[in-house]
Design a protein around this ligand. Structure first.
Ligand code: DGL
Length: 271
């Protein structure tokens, strides 16, 4: 048993989508979340910059005495999961791509046309293809970068025409050309526009890796004997730029009554 919190981080508010199913299934676990809202988006930045940001955040979370870290960001996972695991060997650190790849391998067959949407960095890394093809080399996987989605979601531009037009702008030709039938949300922000995608392309099967991520968190807690037997305090959500939208989004996703929001910027003292 271990009642210390689980640390999560993302470039912004996208990683919150992995936490909602975790809270439902493991109510004893306390969460410390860090959203790097001052420096989002990561998905078009260089690997060295992303690595430096991620190291700073892991260091910060370790100082909050977390028992494990979940990289709730595909871009960071694709860029530096191994680097972070080697640098902070004292606790388990997991990413979001392997659990998603496992699900795709389990659920798809060779007739499936699988589309992965994500940031430029994630798509360019070909991490999904590599992990899927390790197990199922016959599967047909196509990647598409959609770099405007994250800034729009961070701005709360979701349920409107601008988002729908942006989705069509990126995805219409891709879906038609490759005859995509299975779409993987390869960015933790994208579950927030899943309803838009479902409405525009009703025949697509949409894979949201968040549930697989939660399944993997269960396994790690079990293997390492880290389950909490009681909640050790309120969930805390740190942001490097504490915007109204960040707080609104926490309310919208979780409908929580007890949580703490705090500011942490690496260049400024914490207030
Ligand atoms: N949620 C991050 C991901 O899963 C978004 C990265 C970004 O900031 O562009 O990749």
């Amino acid at each position: 048993m271990d009642n210390r919190p689980i640390g999560f981080f993302d470039s912004g508010l996208g990683g919150l989508t992995c936490i909602a199913p975790l809270m439902r299934s493991l109510p004893n676990e306390r969460i410390i979340y860090f959203g790097d809202t001052a420096r989002t988006p990561y998905g078009s930045k260089s690997p060295d910059t992303i690595k430096n940001f991620a190291r700073e955040i892991c260091d910060f979370l370790l100082h909050q005495d977390v028992k494990m870290i979940v990289i709730a960001c595909n871009t960071v996972t694709a860029t530096c999961l191994r680097d972070l695991q080697a640098r902070f060997p004292q606790i388990p650190i997991m990413g979001v791509i392997q659990p998603a790849a496992n699900k795709i391998c389990a659920d798809c067959d060779e007739t499936s046309q699988i589309g992965i949407i994500g940031t430029k960095v994630t798509i360019k890394s070909k991490s999904y293809e590599a992990l899927i093809h390790q197990k199922r080399p016959e599967l047909q996987v196509h990647g598409l970068a959609c770099p405007a989605f994250v800034p729009l979601i961070e701005e709360g531009i979701i349920e409107n025409e601008i988002m729908d037009l942006t989705i069509r702008h990126y995805m219409d030709n891709f879906i038609r050309y490759y005859k995509i039938d299975t779409l993987v949300l390869g960015c933790t922000h994208y579950p927030l526009i899943r309803d838009n995608i479902r409405r525009i392309y009703p025949d697509l099967r949409i894979v949201n890796p968040s549930e697989e991520v939660v399944h993997r968190i269960h396994q790690v807690l079990e293997n390492e004997d880290l389950f909490a037997d009681q909640r050790s305090g309120d969930h805390t959500f740190y942001a490097s730029d504490l915007s109204e939208n960040f707080v609104n989004m926490i309310n919208r996703i979780f409908e929580l009554t007890e949580f703490r929001v705090a500011f942490k910027n690496f260049d400024l003292p914490t207030v």
